[in-house]
Design a protein around this ligand. Structure first.
Ligand SMILES: Cc1ncc(COP(=O)(O)O)c(C=O)c1O
Length: 407
């Protein structure tokens, strides 16, 4: 189902969006476990190869199961938005094997040797390593600035005209810094930069960066979009349909970071309850944040819905709700973090985020174990910092688990 006139509700699109009735009348689009596709005639293959007839050719280039997930997410990310002519915004989405694969296609498809990427210092670790350690080997250097300081951002762009692309991640891991999408995108456009946003933490339920005229949005679909922790995946979405169909599609096909039918099926299945899940994730997180704020063993809570968060106002401006991610600092430092994790009875001790169950991780003893103390502190990762992706369990059970683990 498409929604050319913006008539359906968000939850309806989660369920029906992108679905095409099946020739064998299967209720749900099956897992297309086929590496290649056949043609009725040489003439038909010419039409499909030329793009005059819609059809599938080879599994790395896409299949019907993948296509449904792509079209559904494109409808959610463009939900209620209009293009420059006032028509419903059309987006093209390309599903990838992972969030990192989607980010790689976007970056390598838009920037070349000798050009630079402008980005914020607080990014997902994988993206950070990619721009700091891998891309410089290809002649693409990063310029890393505090994106809260718009004057500094503008000065940096003016000082170095080889900056070609601005990469924004908001909210960012794990202190939940928020970046002003409207202001940064306007600056990017003023200087003809390509502007792209990693919208993984917020999801289209909470924030739609295309509203601010950005060029690309990426997600790790592994997280809230899938919602059940069953598959790794990533998506890139663009509003320049011709560029998406040509340059970006070619880059995706040649880099080979394609998704597969089974994981696309799991993603589509998870998306059917996405809106409902987000509602519960968000209300549970608000309750958990206010509980944590009053817990005497906790020194500080990072949650965008608390006025104590430095980016409270930016969040309020651009997000529908502060979301389901939070982090907090235990008073006892590293040992308190380890004890807390060991005492949990229900919440799951795991990295990642966005699954139905509440996920809790202690960065200093897991993801950042090998990072020096000074470097960790520079990223806001203190010894007793616990990151929490609040799940959709009964909130009383989450609170009870936190209470017994901290008392
Ligand atoms: C904000 C963000 N972007 C990108 C990624 C990478 O996604 P994936 O693990 O699906 O490659 C992650 C993973 O945690 C993430 O949190």
């Amino acid at each position: 189902m498409t929604d050319n006139n913006n008539t359906f509700g968000f939850d309806t699109l989660c369920i029906h969006g992108g679905h095409t009735p099946e020739s064998n009348r299967a209720h749900l689009t099956p897992v297309y476990a086929s590496s290649t596709y056949t043609f009725d005639s040489a003439e038909q293959s010419i039409d499909v190869f030329k793009g005059d007839e819609k059809g599938y050719i080879y599994g790395r280039w896409g299949n019907p199961t993948i296509n449904e997930a792509e079209e559904k997410i494109a409808l959610l990310e463009s939900y209620g938005l209009k293009d420059a002519s006032g028509n419903p915004l059309q987006l093209k989405a390309i599903l990838h094997a992972s969030g990192m694969a989607a980010i790689c296609t976007m970056l390598l498809g838009n920037i070349k040797s000798g050009q630079k990427i402008l980005t914020h210092y607080s990014l997902y670790g994988g993206t950070h390593e990619l721009v700091e350690k891998i891309l410089p080997g290809l002649g693409i250097e990063p310029v890393i600035i505090d994106f809260h300081d718009l004057n500094k951002v503008e000065e940096a762009i003016k000082a170095d005209r080889s900056i070609a692309l601005m990469h924004i991640e908001t909210p960012a891991n794990p202190t939940l810094q928020c970046i002003d999408l409207e202001a940064l995108s306007a600056l990017g456009k003023k200087y003809n930069l390509i502007v792209c946003v990693d919208n993984t933490f917020a999801t289209p339920y909470l924030q739609q960066p295309f509203k601010y005229d950005v060029d690309y949005v990426m997600h790790s679909t592994t997280k809230f979009l899938n919602g059940h922790g069953t598959a790794i995946g990533g998506i890139m979405l663009g509003k320049d349909i011709e560029k998406m169909n040509k340059g970006m599609t070619k880059m995706h096909r040649l880099l080979g970071g394609n998704s597969n039918a089974f994981e696309a099926f799991l993603l589509t299945n998870g998306l059917r309850t996405f809106g409902l899940r987000m509602e519960r994730h968000c209300s549970n997180a608000a309750t958990v944040a206010s509980y944590l704020q009053n817990n005497p063993t906790i020194a500080h809570v990072n949650y965008l819905g608390l006025s104590s968060h430095p980016d409270f106002a930016i969040c309020k401006k651009q997000m529908k709700h502060p979301g389901a991610m939070l982090s907090f600092e235990l008073k006892g430092g590293f040992d308190a973090g380890v004890n807390f994790i060991n005492r949990l009875k229900m919440c799951t001790n795991a990295v990642s985020l966005g699954t139905c169950d509440t996920l809790v991780s202690h960065a200093a003893s897991t993801t950042h174990l090998g990072v020096s103390h000074e470097q960790r502190l520079a990223f806001g990762i203190t010894d007793g910092l616990i990151r929490m992706s609040v799940g959709i369990e009964n909130v009383a059970d989450i609170l009870n688990d936190l209470e017994q683990a901290t008392s």
